[in-house]
Design a protein. Sequence first.
Length: 368
Amino acid sequence: MYGRDNRGLIVSEKLLKWIRPEIRELSAYHVPDASGLVKLDAMENPYRLPEELLPLWQQGMASVALNRYPDPAATELQHKLNEVMQVPPGRSIVLGNGSDELIQMLALAVASEQRCIMSFEPGFVMYSMIARFAGMKYVGVPLAEDFTLDMEKTRAAIEQHQPALIFIAYPNNPTGNLFDSDAVEEIIRIAPGLVVVDEAYHPFAQTSFMPRLNDYDQLLVMRTVSKMGLAGLRLGLLCGDQALINEINKVRLPYNINVLTQYTASFILENTGFLERQAGMIRADREHLLKQLALIEGVEVFPSQANFILFRVTGGNATDVFTSLYNDGVLVKNLDRPGPLQNCLRVTVGTAEENQAFMQALEKALHS
């Protein structure tokens, strides 16, 4: 038997057999080409670095030593993140090349064939993918019909599977809603292992479990600077008990935060005012977009505390609507598949002009 690699070359099955079967069954994470499109598919902040900061940033970049390895601990950056993210005294942080690397580090640190990782479905796809990468079982607890936590099913799943690691996206991706904090706290209390509250969308929810880190040794809080407006830097942080962070740090690859990211993130953390203003604009535009979508016949819109909105096409087929939007130059995320996300699409909150282009294209797709 023969297969083909991504260059079209013939590869013997004798070679492919060395790849783990569960890896061969997977599909690679797909990132669509957004060239020439209004890009509203990836929860990015649509605003760039302010013009007045560019010369100062560029001046500092010129002094970065590209010929040297970066500070392996990113010490200066860690200090600034501790302050800006208001990490409680006595808690430590470890940095990752985006949240995805931190999820992978956590999985590797607890990995065993007899252990499982648990999260909630529909949820962030990388939790389940990385569990499989690490050779672990993944348990996805179904959310209720309104995408809230089903605590009866959650308690039963924790009791049955005894997860080593539970991920709770707060707010949840792709649904956008913020789970009840009392329910989240109950999960932290009854979990046999570690609980990670993933606060990737914290700037838009304005509520956090960071202040509760000292209340629970098993609690870890994960954040990223991507949704703040720095997606290109690929920088995430994990906060928690110092002993736990020290162990997780052992599986971190050396020099994982490059010199350009360390300099740029440190520079921006000294000038965070514009990020706070941009987050405020996105929150206001989100509320406006929610109201606009609620007025459209053939659309069911779900509440959001993130920088995106999930909606269901009730007056047609979501994949057809996605295609129509794409053909009109607007890229959103197509989540349409059998199950709770059937006929659902997700749109990122963009600039006022991008949101208007999306609404016009959506009206056309639904009613043409």
